[in-house]
Design a protein around this ligand. Structure first.
Ligand SMILES: [Zn+2]
Length: 219
């Protein structure tokens, strides 16, 4: 996400990026600089998932085709989510979308990015949301972005026969629901699902800062 000053000014007041938690700082903790990164895959293009793109000078960026088109031309309800320039036309200071002028490769459907890393479509939170599945020695993790907002969303609500707990924020609830069901089925264990807004991940990342990527030859 953006640094606190920008986040607080252009998004919900009180949005903040705690010290040391920017993507650049987090990479530094595991010994990488943004310019070391060759591939960046976006789950979606909301402002709080795409900041610091200009620091990843050697990276190829991937996003879903539908998401990129919507990010360029969203309905006004989503201008803030994508930091659309129209919202800031009369502002003294012009806000520049993080992807402005940076090429993004668009993809659709289930796509192998490199061997052992796949994306698959999980729309609903945003029109072209996709999740990233990474094979590791502990199993295949699903980096589900905001398609599953927090882990509570995968819990059923038996008294009303819900097979999950729907999130409060979505562009389309039917696709959101189906995307959560799909990922619940696809993940071998619930702890392999990594939602971006799950606070417990901040604790887990202290013990496991890096998913050890491994190519499973038998796949
Ligand atoms: Zn989002």
């Amino acid at each position: 996400m953006a640094w606190t000053e920008s986040a607080g000014k252009y998004h919900h007041s009180g949005s903040r990026q705690p010290e040391g938690l920017s993507i650049v700082d987090q990479l530094g903790k595991i010994g990488y600089k943004p310019e070391d990164i060759e591939i960046v895959v976006f789950t979606h293009l909301h402002w709080d998932h795409i900041y610091y793109m200009d620091r990843f000078t050697k990276a190829v960026f991937y996003a879903h085709e539908t998401e990129y088109q919507f990010a360029l031309n969203p309905i006004p309800l989503y201008y803030k989510s994508y930091e659309h320039p129209k919202l800031y036309e009369n502002a003294e200071e012009k806000i520049v979308r993080p992807f402005e002028g940076i090429p993004i490769k668009t993809i659709r459907g289930e796509t192998e990015i490199v061997k052992g890393v796949r994306v698959f479509e999980t729309p609903g939170h945003s029109p072209g949301h996709q999740s990233v599945e990474v094979d590791t020695k502990d199993g295949s993790y699903i980096c589900c972005g905001d398609s599953i907002f927090i882990l509570d969303n995968i819990r059923p609500v038996p008294e009303i026969a819900y097979d999950l707990t729907p999130p409060g924020r979505y562009a389309d609830i039917v696709s959101t629901w189906k995307s959560i069901e799909l990922q619940k089925k696809r993940a071998a264990r619930p702890d392999l699902i990594l939602p971006c807004h799950e606070k417990n991940l901040l604790e887990r990342i202290k013990e496991t800062p890096l998913l050890v990527f491994c190519i499973i030859q038998t796949r």
